[in-house]
Design a protein around this ligand. Structure first.
Ligand SMILES: Nc1ncnc2c1ncn2[C@@H]1O[C@H](COP(=O)(O)OP(=O)(O)O)[C@@H](O)[C@H]1O
Ligand SMILES: [Mg+2]
Length: 264
């Protein structure tokens, strides 16, 4: 039994201005072990965000079940923290006060909140920027604040939806390294959505490959690379083989999309 057990999950959306529904995710089953790092890849529109939001308890499901630690997910909870692509920081609050925010919603004492928030600000390398406001930070720094904020509340599961999607390639690599460094410290269960194949392989213990029409799981690839992961691994024969295998899936998906568009 995994910490997260998803069985026969389907999610329907209502079509705009109509009573019809359409199925965004169909019959997804997945078991995620406690403390593992799972990445999800797939072309745009295949239901990655939908799946993540369902685990977060932010959207209802049509069929199937999602259990976290044996409990059916019905709403968001402090056991699951979410990081979105666009750093959703409060602009009028400093870095420290943004990280404090999540803690203020829980029952911590004031001193604990200050100290704990600062610890996580330092953990993501922003100790010198604690009093800065979001507009004074780079995109990468803002995302670090988001990650600090998510981790500070001590969730069991960290859900990340393309958290580095808006960053340039170099910053992205650095952030990936840092995320792994932090994750290796306390091994929270992590689910990380990306459409970058290398990132998915580099970070993950397993890569879940999704396909579309409707969104489903095509394959789950175990990534048998040692940890800590390092940049030299990107050129290793094993990494190259994973990359090739995953690219073929995505290419096939793009082709099928092209055919749909040709018909339309
Ligand atoms: N709130 C919504 N209402 C209706 N359709 C939606 C909604 N959110 C997403 N969709 C549709 O569901 C499908 C999956 O979307 P999404 O989960 O965002 O995919 P991904 O994150 O993989 O790009 C897409 O076809 C998208 O247009
Ligand atoms: Mg998405």
């Amino acid at each position: 039994m995994g910490q997260i057990e998803i069985r026969g999950l389907s999610i329907d959306y209502r079509k705009p201005k109509s009573d019809e529904t359409f199925t965004a995710v169909e019959n997804v089953s997945l078991s995620i072990e406690k403390g593992s790092f799972v990445t999800i890849v797939g072309s745009s529109g295949c239901g990655k965000s939908t799946l993540l939001m369902a685990i977060a308890g932010l959207i209802p499901r049509a069929r199937g079940s999602i259990q976290v630690d044996g409990k059916e997910v019905s709403k968001p909870g402090p056991d699951r923290a979410m990081v979105f692509q666009d750093a959703s920081l409060l602009p009028w609050r400093s870095v420290h006060a943004n990280v404090r925010f999540g803690l203020e919603l829980q029952r911590w004492t004031r001193d604990d909140i200050d100290e704990r928030a600062m610890r996580y600000v330092r953990m993501v390398g922003l100790g010198a920027f604690a009093d800065y406001h979001p507009h004074q930070l780079s995109g990468g720094m803002r995302q670090r604040v988001n990650i600090a904020r998510a981790l500070a509340v001590d969730p069991d599961v960290l859900l990340m939806d393309e958290p580095f999607g808006a960053l340039d390639a170099q910053t992205r690599e650095v952030m990936g390294d840092e995320l792994l460094r932090i994750w290796e410290r306390d091994k929270k269960t992590a689910i990380f959505v990306t459409h970058a194949i290398d990132e998915a392989i580099f970070l993950g213990d397993r890569v879940v490959v999704m396909g579309r029409n409707p969104g489903h799981i095509r394959d789950v690839v175990d990534i048998d690379l040692p940890r800590p992961r390092t940049a030299v691994m990107l050129d290793s024969p094993a990494f190259v083989a994973y990359r090739k295998r995953l690219r073929e899936y995505i290419a096939a998906d793009m082709q099928s999309l092209q055919m749909v568009e040709d018909v339309v």
